[in-house]
Write a protein that binds this ligand. Structure first.
Ligand code: ADP
Ligand code: MG
Length: 348
C-alpha cells in the first residue's frame, strides 16, 4: 500500500520562486512522486506540477518545460527588443523580413484565426495598444488618433509571403502584440516536451491558462476552478480536465484608469475601443493555442454574438460568466458539458 503513495517533492526553482508548502503524502496513481515548481516567464507565473517515476525524472521534465517556454518567449515577446517578433515589429515599412519557419507558421495560423473570428481576434492591434497607452499609464485617444490607429491595425497590414517566408509591415505604426496567443503557443510546446519526456500526469498553470495531462493526484481528472469574473479569488465553477487546456479572458485583471474610467486590456479591433467589462469567458480545447485565442475572440464578441458564432462551431467548449448588478449568469455550449461541473442551471 505504502509503495503506491506518492510524495510531493519540493525543490527551489533555479531562477525564482520556491513553492512554499509543507511536503505532503498523497496518492499519485502509478507515479512514485509529484514535483511542483514555479518560475516567472512571459511576464507571469508558470507553475508546473508533474508526476514522475522518481524525483529526478520529474524535475528534468519540468526543466525542459521551462526551457521550451523561454525559447517561445525569446521568439514572441514584445516586451524586449531582442526577440524575432520585436525585430519584425520594428522592421522598416515595405521591406520584407524573412522569418524562422516556426514564427512564420504561427503567424499564418494566427491570421487564419483572425479570419475565422471575423477580426474579433486580431493581434496586429499594436497601434491601438499605443493609442490607448495600455502599456503605460493609459490615455483616451482623440477621434483622429483613433482613426489613425485603426487604419494602422489588422493582420492585413502585415502581409505574409509564402515563397519568401517573410512578412512585411505596410504602416509605420503597425505591430503584432502576442498577448492573446503567446501563452497558448508556449503551452503547446510545453505539451510536446511533456509527451516526449514520457510524462503521464501533469498540470501547468501559466498565468491562469491551464494545461492538464492525465489525471490529478487523486487519480481522477484534474479539477480546475473557474474564477468569478470580478472576484478572482472566488471559484464560480469547476472544470474536470484530462488532456485539455483551459483559457479564460476577463477585463478585470489588467486595465488602465483614465479620469476615473477603467479601460481593460482587451480591445475590439473592429471599433478600436476597449471591450466593456461584461464578465469572463473560458474556453476548453485540446490545443492550448486555440483555447488562448478563442477566449480572447469570444470575450470581444461578448455572450450574445459569441453564442451565435459558436452555434456554427459545435465542437468548441465555451463558458460565459455574465456579471450584472453583482449577480452572475452562466451560458455555455453543449461541448462544455463534458468539462464543467457546478455550473448553476440558468439559461444556456
Ligand atoms: P491574458 O493575458 O490575461 O490571458 P488574453 O489571453 O485575453 O488575456 O490576452 C489579452 C492580451 O491580448 C492583451 O493584453 C493584448 O496584449 C492582446 N489583445 C487585446 N485585444 C486583442 C484582440 N482583440 N485580439 C488579439 N489580441 C488582443
Ligand atoms: Mg487569450
Amino acid at each position: 500500500m505504502l509503495a503506491q503513495l506518492g510524495r510531493v517533492v519540493l525543490l527551489p526553482a533555479v531562477a525564482v520562486l520556491v513553492w512554499a508548502a509543507e511536503p505532503q503524502i498523497m496518492p499519485a496513481g502509478d507515479a512514485a512522486v509529484w514535483v511542483e515548481r514555479e518560475t516567472y516567464v512571459m511576464g507571469t507565473r508558470l507553475r508546473a506540477t508533474v508526476a514522475g517515476d522518481d524525483a529526478a525524472a520529474a524535475v528534468a521534465a519540468i526543466e525542459q518545460v521551462f526551457t521550451a517556454v523561454r525559447i517561445v518567449d525569446a521568439r514572441l515577446s514584445t516586451w524586449r527588443d531582442d526577440t524575432e517578433l520585436s525585430r519584425l515589429n520594428r522592421a522598416p515599412v515595405g521591406v520584407p523580413q524573412r522569418l524562422s519557419p516556426s514564427l512564420f507558421a504561427l503567424l499564418r495560423e494566427v491570421r487564419r484565426w483572425r479570419d475565422t473570428t471575423g477580426g474579433a481576434f486580431d493581434p496586429a492591434i499594436g497601434a491601438l495598444v499605443d493609442a490607448w497607452d495600455l502599456r503605460g499609464v493609459g490615455r483616451r485617444p482623440g477621434p483622429a488618433d483613433l482613426v489613425r490607429a485603426r487604419r494602422a491595425g489588422g493582420m492585413e497590414r502585415l502581409p505574409l509571403d509564402e515563397i519568401g517566408r517573410s512578412a512585411r509591415r505596410t504602416a509605420a505604426a503597425a505591430w503584432i502584440d502576442a498577448g492573446a496567443f503567446g501563452k497558448g503557443a508556449a503551452l503547446r510546446e510545453a505539451r510536446r516536451v511533456l509527451d516526449s519526456a514520457g510524462v503521464r500526469a501533469a498540470l501547468l498553470n501559466f498565468g491562469g491558462q491551464v494545461l492538464a495531462v492525465g489525471t490529478g493526484r487523486d487519480g481522477t481528472a484534474w479539477r480546475i476552478p473557474v474564477a468569478h469574473p470580478s472576484r478572482r479569488g472566488l471559484p464560480a465553477a469547476f472544470l474536470r480536465l484530462r488532456e485539455q487546456s483551459a483559457a479564460t479572458t476577463a477585463q478585470s485583471e489588467r486595465f488602465v484608469e483614465v479620469d476615473g474610467v477603467r479601460y481593460g486590456h482587451v480591445l475590439d479591433p473592429r471599433t478600436g475601443l476597449p471591450v466593456p467589462a461584461w464578465g469572463s469567458v473560458t474556453v476548453v480545447a485540446e490545443d492550448p493555442l486555440a483555447a488562448d485565442i478563442l477566449s480572447t475572440a469570444l470575450f470581444v464578441l461578448g455572450p450574445d454574438s459569441g453564442m451565435e458564432w459558436l452555434e456554427h462551431r459545435p465542437g468548441i467548449a465555451a463558458l460565459f460568466l455574465i456579471e450584472r448588478d453583482g449577480a452572475v449568469t452562466y451560458r455555455w455550449t453543449q461541448a462544455m458539458e463534458h468539462y464543467a461541473v457546478g455550473v448553476k442551471a440558468s439559461e444556456n
